[in-house]
Structures are given as structure tokens and as C-alpha cells.
Design a binder for this molecule. Structure first.
Ligand code: PMP
Length: 278
């Protein structure tokens, strides 16, 4: 049975019990992180913990994160995960009588961790089939909250239409996708929505922008409008789960089959992974 982490303990999944009054259950009141491991080694763990700390601060969840830094490696070890894996960490506001107002400050957050073996879908590297979705999410998409209902609806609709991902469009702008950041390439320039309260500051997004900076690939953080997509030479998605994945089509309209800029970024990204997780 899987070994999981719950509130300071590593224990079999069946023994990891939480109260139904946990605010994660009653309110979806929590934040989470997903960390990728390659060769049994967590990738960009410090960056993920940095974002987790920011999200806890924005949510006014007072969790002490330092002791958690050993959790990913220990979960990998306890579960014999020596190859590619994903690690999930979730922190909720804790267990408290149901009330909209925050529980008393002495309430302990609930902290949960899980790891599992992960094999990327080979179809992703061939090109993502995407659809456009109205972005009906709240206006704090910069916080990685566990309440993912609009993302879940959009991901489900994409699946039912035979697509891999839904692109969230707000005020005409392609902000990001249901579980990844969105990039387009136009006139040789890589473009992605600027950081704002409407997108998650993706860890993979930041690595890709750093790679563009370092290797002289022109880029701009600027809104990409859905109406501009037909002019895009290339488009791609970035996330912990996808790495960097080319987009093959948007709403049934194919993008050019050749995508040299995306290919270059994919290979530069792989080098970073190799360097970090040898
Ligand atoms: N946007 C959303 C809505 C996401 O859920 C994710 C996945 N965490 C991303 C972007 C990509 O972020 P990252 O590269 O940190 O996985």
C-alpha cells in the first residue's frame, strides 16, 4: 500500500484519516503543489516550495513549511519510486466547526503528501489538441487553490470533445490552460500572458522564460488574444506534468506541423532536467 504523509507522519494511505470538518472538505479551503521527479529526484523543489509559501501567505494559512522540505524525497523513497514520479502536497486551513469566517488562529493546518509513479502520455509530445473555454474562474488564479471546479469542468469538456486541454479565454485574452501555461509564437517571438491575478505563476513558465533570455530567443510577456491565434506560427503549453508540449490544434484548426522554436525550447528544457536530476 502507498505510504503517504499526513501532519508529520508517514503512514499507509488507509490509515491517513482526516475529519469531515476539515476545511479542505467543506470549503475547498486549501492550497497545493505538484512536484515532478525524474530519476527519483525532485525537480525544482525550492521553486515549488517558494510558490507554496506565497500561496499560504496569500490565503492567510499559517503553515510552517521548513519541516516539509524532506517530504518529497522521503515519499519517493518510502514508495520505491526511483524513476519518473509526481509528488502532491496539500495544505488546508485545518479542521474547525463549519463557519464562513476563518477558524481560531490556534487551528492547525492539515498537511497531506502523496507520491506516485508517472508516465507522460506519449501523445503530448506529438502535439496537444486544444479547445477554447470561457474563463469563468475567480479572479485569484495566481493562488494554487484546491478548489478546481471550473478547471475540472473544462478539462472534462476537453476530454469529451477528444481534446487534451482547454485554453481559458478572459476578455478575449488566452490566459492559460486548465492545468498549464499557454505560449504562442508569432513573427519568431515567444509570447505569453503577463503575470497577473488571472494566471498561475507556473514554475515551468518561469524556466522557459529564463531559457529564452539566456539563449537569445525573442520573447514578450504580453496578452495573446484568441483572435490572433490563426496567425500564430506555433503554440505550446508548459506545466510540471507536460514539461513543454507543442499545440497541434486549437478548436479544430491545425497549427503548422513544423515548430522549430518549440522544439528548441523542448530540447533546452530537457538539458535543464538532465543537469538537475542526473
Ligand atoms: N496554470 C494552471 C491553472 C495550473 O494548474 C498549472 C499546473 N500547476 C500551471 C499553470 C503550470 O504550472 P507549473 O509549471 O508550475 O506546473
Amino acid at each position: 500500500m502507498n505510504t503517504v504523509y499526513l501532519n508529520g507522519q508517514f503512514l499507509p494511505e488507509a490509515q491517513a484519516l482526516i475529519s469531515p470538518l476539515d476545511r479542505g472538505f467543506t470549503y475547498g479551503d486549501g492550497v497545493y503543489e505538484v512536484i515532478r521527479a525524474y530519476n527519483g529526484k525532485p525537480f525544482l523543489q525550492d521553486e515549488h516550495f517558494g510558490r507554496l509559501a506565497d500561496c499560504c501567505a496569500k490565503m492567510r494559512i499559517g503553515a510552517y513549511l521548513t519541516p516539509l522540505h524532506e517530504v518529497p524525497a522521503r515519499l519517493l523513497e518510502a514508495n520505491g519510486l526511483t524513476g519518473d514520479a509526481l509528488i502532491y502536497l496539500q495544505i488546508t486551513r485545518g479542521t474547525a466547526p463549519r463557519s464562513h469566517v476563518f477558524p481560531p488562529p490556534e487551528t492547525h493546518p492539515t498537511i497531506f503528501g502523496l507520491a506516485w509513479q508517472f508516465t507522460p502520455n506519449p501523445a503530448w509530445a506529438q502535439g496537444m489538441i486544444t479547445i477554447l473555454e470561457p474563463d469563468v474562474r475567480w479572479s485569484r488564479c495566481d493562488i494554487k487553490v484546491t478548489s478546481l471546479i471550473p478547471n475540472s469542468f473544462s478539462a472534462q469538456r476537453a476530454k469529451e470533445l477528444g481534446a487534451h486541454e482547454g485554453l481559458f479565454v478572459r476578455d478575449g485574452v488566452v490566459q492559460e490552460a486548465t492545468l498549464s501555461n499557454f505560449f504562442a509564437v508569432s513573427g519568431g517571438e515567444v509570447r505569453t500572458a503577463p503575470l497577473s491575478n488571472y494566471i498561475l505563476p507556473g514554475i515551468t513558465r518561469a524556466v522557459v522564460l529564463d531559457l529564452c533570455r539566456e539563449h537569445g530567443i525573442p520573447f514578450r510577456e504580453t496578452p495573446v488574444f484568441a483572435t490572433e491565434l490563426h496567425q500564430a506560427e506555433e503554440a505550446f503549453l508548459t506545466s510540471t506534468v507536460y514539461d513543454v508540449a507543442p499545440i497541434k490544434s486549437v478548436e479544430g484548426r491545425a497549427l503548422p506541423a513544423e515548430h522549430p522554436v518549440t522544439d528548441r525550447i523542448v530540447s533546452l528544457f530537457r538539458e535543464v532536467v538532465r543537469r538537475e536530476c542526473r
